[in-house]
Write a new protein. Structure first.
Length: 389
């Protein structure tokens, strides 16, 4: 009993890892330690601990170690920028020893736990695991960046996407040449070399957005993350760039289906972000946008500047936004040969029998769908596989 009381006291001395005490499972473990010798109170505290733990798994040792590795704290932030000092390092080592002792606390250590389904514990080496974690922080990140690789933006900040599109590059046949340029740029970003902002424009359904998502999935383990920003959230990008600049990972800020009306305030905002603002874009971040419009600004015949005394200047202002992307890649609708190549490759991926009339059916389907695109090819193969066609 004294050892349990001592463990609780030692856990209260945590400094670097102190936020762990607010974790719902760990806080209930602390309550269980506090009432370990109280026959009336302990059963309820133990039940609450197990109820919260069993939602994650039966192993208390694994849960605590994973919580330690996922936490964002002073040590990991300093290590990420190469400024981990001796005082913080010593505190980390002391606290990891305490947490390892906590991870070995088994049901047999509690006098009134016999009536409960036992949680499991096993030998763990917190010090070695955390040292490896710190060494790999540039690839795996920390905090939410270690657990997720795709994010959106809301009023509170970044929101992790729990179930991102699992698209892979190998599942996108037919546009290897276009993707090669984008891949080279992303590989430069990951290598710490100069990389430029990217505009993917062209016909709808040709795989522009899928290319960006698949690249992020492909290079997740190399430290690449994606943050999707909607057009009405462009004003958030400067603060995002400042926030991300301090992190060791690499980021793509993704703007899908980008276009503006001629009087859209977001136009000037993005133009300043891409080039021309007083702040420099962080070297670990690029902006990638997709659009069906090469020049991004919707323009009607009535807006041909008939009353504009400086028509050329105004037109150059509109064209200047797309010119501020360092890399512009065009995705055009495929011709018949490329479309049928995509159909055959997708048939292999989906396990669809490549019959003699597959091409004829695919062409007829494309006519009904409004034209040949990779999206139409995928829809066709999916319907063939499901038996609809």
């Amino acid at each position: 009993m004294n050892s349990l009381s001592s463990l609780r006291t030692r856990l209260h001395t945590l400094v670097v890892f102190r936020p762990l005490l607010d974790d719902p499972v760990i806080s209930r473990f602390m309550n269980m330690l506090e009432y370990a010798d109280d026959a009336a109170r302990f059963p309820d505290e133990c039940a609450q601990f197990e109820a919260s733990l069993f939602e994650q798994g039966a192993s208390w040792s694994d849960y605590l170690l994973n919580a330690v590795l996922a936490q964002e704290n002073t040590a990991v932030r300093l290590k990420a920028v190469g400024r981990l000092n001796d005082a913080v390092d010593a505190s980390v080592k002391r606290e990891l020893a305490i947490l390892q002792d906590a991870a070995s606390a088994a049901p047999d250590d509690f006098p009134y736990a016999a009536a409960f389904t036992p949680w499991t514990v096993h030998d763990t080496d917190f010090a070695s695991a955390y040292e490896a974690h710190l060494e790999n922080v540039a690839q795996h990140g920390y905090g939410i960046y270690a657990s997720y690789h795709v994010f959106t933006v809301n009023d509170e900040g970044l929101l992790p996407v729990r179930f991102p599109d699992p698209q892979r590059l190998s599942e996108l046949p037919g546009y290897e040449a276009e993707r090669k340029k984008v891949l080279a740029n992303v590989q430069a970003l990951l290598a710490g070399e100069p990389a430029v902002n990217v505009l993917l424009y062209g016909d709808a359904g040709t795989g522009k957005s899928s290319t960006i998502k698949a690249i992020v999935n492909e290079y997740r383990e190399d430290g690449l993350r994606l943050i999707e920003v909607r057009r009405n959230q462009l004003y958030r990008i400067p603060s995002l760039l400042e926030q991300l600049a301090e992190l060791p990972l690499k980021f793509i800020i993704f703007i899908d289906d980008l276009s503006f009306s001629s009087n859209d305030d977001n136009f000037a905002s993005l133009k300043a972000i891409l080039e021309g603002s007083v702040s420099r874009q962080a070297p670990n971040t690029i902006i990638a946008a997709t659009s069906n419009r090469r020049h991004l600004v919707k323009e009607s015949a009535a807006e041909r500047f008939a009353d504009d005394l400086h028509e050329n200047d105004t037109r150059q202002e509109i064209l200047s936004l797309s010119a501020r992307f360092g890399l512009i890649v065009t995705f055009q609708k495929p011709d018949r040969g490329r479309f049928l190549f995509i159909v055959h490759e997708l048939a292999k991926q989906y396990g669809v029998e490549d019959t003699e009339d597959l091409e004829t059916k695919a062409e007829a389907f494309a006519i009904r769908a409004g034209g040949r695109t990779p999206r139409v090819a995928r829809q066709f193969i999916e319907q063939v596989r499901s038996g609809v066609l």
